[in-house]
Design a protein around this ligand. Sequence first.
Ligand SMILES: Cc1ncc(COP(=O)(O)O)c(C=O)c1O
Length: 419
Amino acid sequence: MTANNPGAAQNMLSSQDVARIREDFPLLRETVNGHPLVYLDNAATSQKPQVVIDSLVNYYTTENSNVHRGVHTLSQLATEDYESSRGKIRRLLNAEKDEEIIFVRGTTEGINLVAQTFGRQNIGQGDEIIISCMEHHSNIVPWQMLCEERGAALKVVPINDTGELQMEEYEAMLGPRTKLVSMLQISNALGTINPVKQVVELAHSRGVPVLLDGAQAAPHMPVDVRDLDCDFYVFSGHKLYGPTGIGVLYGKTDMLNGMPPFQGGGDMIKSVTFEKTLYNDLPYKFEAGTPNIAGAIALGTAVDYVTNIGLDRISAYENELLEYGTECLSSIDGLRLIGSASHKAAILSFVMDKAHPHDIGTILDSQGIAIRTGHHCTQPLMDRFGIAATARASMSFYNTKDEVDALVKGIDRVIEVFS
Ligand SMILES: Cc1ncc(COP(=O)(O)O)c(C=O)c1O
């Protein structure tokens, strides 16, 4: 990943730091098929440090109770921890207020929430929503569903052969009918880091709000929603070393206040009669029903964990892994990297002349190496490159150059089997 902070290089994670960090992750000590696990599927989900696992266990063993509703001690403890986690996430994103942080199930739910509330309220017949060619299905399908319902149109910003957004085409696409831009910050399939600040500036200069999908960015680089000036930002806890089933929607206060609720139920109301319901204030207006309390608290622990290491150091170290991995894989005959943007995250997507991605994945798995194969929930992007699938190794700060070497050895084995 391209380091945003020039000072970060001096403060780079050393191999000793990484060795220490690895000890925090119990699953990294496991063997798979008789080999030490080499976990290179971090874009799908990351492993969890012991403190995050302990946080879940601790919640259920010492303070399990419902939030916001009880006067009893346990409920107060749970509420305090749940709300304190919201504050940690606000600081992680540099949002202005805690109430701008809405707990959701993940990126997918965050995007659907915006589509079903802001979208249904503001997007009508003949309006346009702009996304990019490299979006995850979760940033395509909710908008297609909305467009179908409202008679609106989806516009897709093309990319070049290296996997970079064509910014001139994007600018030309922004028009009087554009009602929203929704774009990912980092591509899960290519690793491209998009110039999202510029994407937001161009949209705002025409009065168009922007949602950023930060699923692959928030775990790997510092994110500042005020600097980006995006209207919405979403990410998933499970990719940020937290549990599954919890994620975050950030929204600017004015935007969130102007939107109708997503779901109705407990906690999202101030008062209910059969005649009329008054909705609660932010953030509760968007958190109907009992939330994933344990997940939210453990996500706060995960945020503490990464901020203690430092996202600028994480970003700089992962960039080193990317450079090393790119060099190694580029020198393999018959292997083609898909995605070579000048700004890239530590994701290596590739195809091979002689082996199908699924065969690559299976042979690597027999050596304890976990990668992902398939379309990565980006079928239109695969179509753009004229392929059905790739093999994808995605790295994290707990990975090492030795593990990249193991990947290369594994690929050598694939070549042997198919030659
Ligand atoms: C860029 C991007 N957006 C959205 C998602 C969906 O995330 P989730 O399944 O956690 O909701 C993913 C997951 O891989 C992703 O990589």
